[in-house]
Design a protein around this ligand. Structure first.
Ligand SMILES: *Cc1c(COP(=O)(O)O)cnc(C)c1O
Length: 545
């Protein structure tokens, strides 16, 4: 049958080009070839699926229709005003300083202003009313941080010959982390300014590694949908495609089967979270590491959130499957000292199994007139004061205190989880592995609970797809009586809500909830840009768009 076909082709082709001039034949065939190549590229060689691109194009065209454009712009103006009014409200009408003071202020004036600004805001974070955000406040440590920063504030590890001691402190922080996560003498890393930078650097490292060693030119990251937005950010910066893998509906951890299916010849890294931000559930890092070994793809463990809990958990009396360098497939691990390491904001660590990987993280400019310029992370100059503060925090608490604090935090989390599970009308997503508990409801809109608790002074995190809220338990929540206060407030708000389950959400969260149903995500993007703009609002000028 097929043979017949093949035999027939020359005849068909001859028929088509019968009576054509040679130039016509050349033009027709080359046009057809070019068109085929274009079509092939359009359909197959794209970051997004055909359907997704079609949808995007359609929404883009829709904005050319005046009535739709006016409607969207009208909404944007309204939203912008809401955001700006929020800012004014949050700042309690404090006036803005928009020019340099002619003469410098004196210390007392400055300190008073800083005190005033730091204590603006509606939520009592010092009393532990906020989910995550502030991991520990200890007055003695705060004093120490001030002193350490005072001493090291003008140092910069970019100049190791001038500030060798800052480099020593960084090296020690990295080495301590290598030991906590069971690395060997080949394990290495760098300090960074936060989890986002650690993650971005891991993505750059494996992109460049894959390009050089495997010749991958269209890099892809395979990761759970729950992996932190920092991976998406890295992908945007580094021109990498993300393949987001769905979760197992029971455990809310990534489906390993789906992950295996998402691996292609262009995969540069696999990601697992230990645990993830939205649900606090742990991906099956052992299984992901095995995939990594099997397909020879580096595995990154994102332990930004929970790393400084998980590494102390077995000593605190809790069993957890291994999620670090004990697993041969794990090539890198990010862990935030400025979360459960309790250091001031601005520090994190990225670790690699082998020195060879770290070389791909570095950037080197050999021929610059300013000299040979090599730097390990994104920044050139770096804050020596932050490195010293992080180092000092680790020294201040020591191993035993970290174990003790971990014990308290996990105990508090389990206590709250157990009690929430007993309440009517809500459910817990999966099994919290460390300190995050996410709840949802099949009976009412869960954002209503969040809104009601916010009125009572609790600031929780809202989740989408599906709707949920989570609380991230920190050392702040281990204060006596606080967990019970939270549970009491949840219980009483729940009973009010359950009395009239069909009321709609109000206020800001209503908008948040509504935004999930807007099919044109670029509109949601525009709203978000307005929100970011409002952070820079100084009541003079600046409107968004
Ligand atoms: C916080 C967090 C990050 C990013 O850290 P930043 O310090 O906010 O940049 C990454 N992954 C997880 C799971 C996190 O919770």
């Amino acid at each position: 049958m097929r043979l017949l076909y093949v035999n027939a082709i020359p005849g068909i082709v001859n028929d088509v080009f019968k009576n054509k001039e040679p130039w016509q034949i050349v033009t027709m065939t080359s046009t057809a070839t070019l068109a085929t190549v274009w079509l092939w590229n359009f359909i197959f060689c794209q970051d997004k699926s055909l359907l997704e691109r079609g949808k995007k194009q359609l929404f883009k065209l829709a904005r050319y229709i005046p009535s739709i454009r006016d409607k969207i712009n009208g909404e944007l103006v309204k939203i912008n005003e809401t955001f700006e009014n929020d800012v004014v409200h949050r700042l309690k009408e404090a006036s803005f300083i928009v020019h340099l003071p002619k003469n410098g202020l004196n210390n007392e004036e400055i300190l008073n202003l800083v005190r005033q600004f730091v204590h603006l805001g509606d939520f009592d974070w010092q009393a532990g009313r906020v989910s995550g955000a502030v991991y520990r406040v200890n007055n003695e440590l705060k004093q120490l941080m001030g002193d350490v920063y005072t001493i090291a504030s003008y140092t910069n590890p970019l100049h190791p010959d001038v500030f060798p001691g800052i480099c020593k402190m960084e090296a020690e922080v990295v080495r301590i982390a290598c030991h906590l996560f069971h690395g060997d003498e080949e394990t290495c890393g760098t300090m960074t300014t936060g989890g986002t930078e650690s993650i971005l650097l891991a993505c750059k490292t494996f992109r460049d590694y894959a390009r050089e060693v495997k010749g991958i030119k269209k890099p892809e990251i395979v990761m759970p949908v729950t992996a932190h937005a920092a991976f998406d950010k890295a992908a945007q910066y580094l021109n990498i495609k993300i393949r987001a893998v769905s979760l197992d509906p029971q455990s809310y951890a990534v489906s390993i089967q789906a992950m295996r299916k998402a691996i292609t010849k262009n995969t540069i890294m696999l990601v697992g979270s230990a645990p993830n931000f939205p649900y606090g559930t742990m991906d099956n890092i052992e299984a992901i590491a095995e995939l990594g070994v099997k397909y020879n793809i580096p595995v990154h463990v994102d332990a930004c959130l929970g790393g400084f809990l998980t590494c102390f958990m077995s000593d605190a009396g809790y069993n957890l499957p291994p999620s670090d360098f004990r697993l041969p497939g794990v090539a890198s691990l990010s862990v935030d000292t400025h979360k459960y390491g309790y250091a001031p904001k601005g520090s994190s660590i990225i670790l690699y199994r082998k020195k060879m990987y770290r070389h791909y993280q570095y950037t080197i400019t050999t021929d610059w007139p300013g000299g040979i310029y090599g730097s390990p992370t994104i920044n050139g100059s770096r804050a020596g004061g932050i490195i010293a503060s992080c180092w000092a925090t680790l020294m201040y608490f020591g191993y035993n205190d970290y174990v003790e604090s971990t014990k308290k935090i996990i105990e508090t989390t389990k206590y709250i989880e157990r009690n929430l599970r007993e309440m009517d009308g809500i459910f817990v997503f999966g099994t919290p592995a460390t300190s995050v508990i996410a709840i949802g409801s099949n009976e009412f809109h869960i954002y209503r609970l969040s809104e009601a608790l916010s009125v009572k002074g609790w600031n929780l995190n809202t989740l989408q797809f599906p709707c949920g809220v989570h609380i991230c338990i920190t050392h702040m929540h281990t204060q006596p009586g606080l967990a019970d206060q939270f549970l009491k407030d949840v219980k009483s708000e729940l009973s009010t809500i359950l009395e009239n389950r069909n009321t709609l959400t109000e206020g800001k969260l209503a908008m948040y909830g509504m935004s999930q149903s807007i099919p044109d995500r670029s509109v949601v993007g525009d709203f978000t840009k307005c929100f970011l703009d409002s952070m820079y609002y100084t009541k003079e000028s600046e409107t968004c768009q």
